[in-house]
Write a protein that binds this ligand. Structure first.
Ligand SMILES: [Zn+2]
Length: 303
């Protein structure tokens, strides 16, 4: 069944964290009131979206307290979410980001799944930090950011650790033309990983579990999907602030349903709206919303 994304976003925007910013307090209240009206067709749409079990494969802890984040997840019906805080460059900084994530997953062990952020330029410290975080129950590395491309040999010891630990690796990826073709403008650092970079590293380490961050994260999403079409076992998450019509349908057509993972990258309502508005069967919607990612968690033994 196909849903209207515009209606979905208008309805859910009032229910989540950014309500006041999206449409003003009075508009938000009026939408919320409408949503409580059982005769309003939008009520069914929101309830229907909330009824699906969901695991967010790419989330970030952005609220001052994890309690607020859980409240936001509850409002849109996300049962579990990965979290990371990819902030800080020095070992002291990335350790303190990870400390916040560890505290949150210990407070909400059934709701939050931790990902360990490191800066691989500090090779020894990053490896130590990854061992610490995985040892304390995080599910994998992520979101690995723009300091170094993922196919740089400096990542070798981290990738080998993740293979040994059966832990996934989420990578921030963009497909801006400027990163691929010299001479074109690009606002991302040139050390940002591209889709081709993650495909290359997956060929070198076929047993590793790589997750390509955000199909809507910037750049040419059609190109991303085409490159991934023939790549071995790279998962693609559905997040990113770009939410062009047909993006998820196109991704399904190019790379198949089994490698797509529902994700929000903090855009909770947009992230859900993308999946609800795609032309998917019930079975396929469930695969994207949680089953595909659960199969990755199963490998690490997380129920
Ligand atoms: Zn990212």
């Amino acid at each position: 069944m196909k849903f209207s994304r515009r209606n979905f976003l208008r309805t859910t925007a009032a229910l989540t964290l950014g309500a006041g910013q999206v449409s003003g307090k009075s508009a938000a209240l009026s939408v919320e009131k409408k949503n409580n009206d059982l005769n309003n067709p939008l009520h069914d749409l929101m309830e229907r979206a909330r009824s699906y079990k969901k695991i967010d494969a790419h989330g970030h802890l952005v609220t001052p307290s994890p309690v607020d984040f859980i409240r936001a997840l509850d409002r849109v019906g996300i049962e579990r979410s990965t979290i990371s805080i990819p902030l800080g460059q020095s070992p002291t900084e990335f350790r303190s980001s990870n400390d916040l994530v560890l505290a949150a997953i210990k407070e909400f062990p059934n709701r939050l799944l931790g990902q360990c952020y490191v800066n691989p330029l500090y090779e020894k410290e990053s490896l130590e930090e990854a061992k610490r975080c995985l040892g304390e129950g995080m599910i994998g590395l992520g979101e690995l950011y723009t300091q170094v491309k993922i196919n740089d040999p400096i990542y070798a010891s981290l990738i080998e650790l993740c293979i040994k630990e059966r832990a996934s690796i989420l990578v921030h990826i963009r497909a801006d033309l400027g990163l691929i073709r010299p001479g074109h403008p690009c606002d991302a650092p040139h050390s940002t990983s591209t889709t081709e970079d993650i495909v290359n590293i997956t060929r070198q380490y076929p047993e590793a579990i790589f997750i390509h961050g955000h199909v809507g994260g910037g750049g040419d999403w059609e190109l991303m999907c085409k490159i991934l079409r023939d790549a071995p076992k790279v998962y693609l998450d559905t997040s990113g602030s770009v939410s062009d019509a047909g993006m998820i349908d196109y991704a399904v057509k190019q790379i198949g349903i089994e490698r797509l993972l529902f994700a929000t990258d903090i855009n909770l309502e947009t992230g859900i709206g993308k999946i609800m508005s795609a032309d998917l069967s019930e079975k396929d919607r469930e695969l994207i919303f949680w089953k595909n990612f659960q199969s990755i968690l199963d490998i690490r033994g997380i129920q």
